[in-house]
Design a protein around this ligand. Structure first.
Ligand SMILES: [Zn+2]
Length: 115
């Protein structure tokens, strides 16, 4: 485990990651519903609402893409908690300060390596 984080801090961050994971999985179910509903709508609705549907569908798809990225970030972070590399930047091997992890518990890199 990274030495700059106390066991208690890691436990807190892990708890937060698990909370966010649960919330994300719930919202992904809602997105699933939205994507499925649009498919059903295609045959039955008129032109105007079909345009609405298409717009909703592209919104839902964009949302789904972001959800998938976030899901893998959170899962990766939890894996790093497990294997003891949590809190270490995956790019430069430097430490990620607790203050940053507190705001972005899923962050894989330090503030210098972002982007
Ligand atoms: Zn870094």
């Amino acid at each position: 485990m990274s030495e700059h984080l106390s066991e208690e801090q890691v436990a807190d961050l892990r708890h937060e990651l698990e909370r966010q994971l649960a919330r994300l999985e719930k919202s992904m179910k809602v997105t699933d519903e939205a994507l499925r509903t649009v498919e059903l709508d295609q045959t039955a609705v008129g032109r105007l609402s079909r345009m609405d549907s298409l717009q909703n569908q592209s919104l839902s798809r964009g949302l789904r893409e972001r959800e998938v990225v976030r899901l893998s970030q959170i899962r990766d972070a939890l894996m790093r908690v497990e294997n003891g590399s949590y809190g270490t930047c995956t790019v430069c091997d430097g430490t990620i300060p607790f203050e940053r992890l507190f705001v972005f518990p899923e962050a894989p890199e330090c503030a210098d390596c972002v982007g």
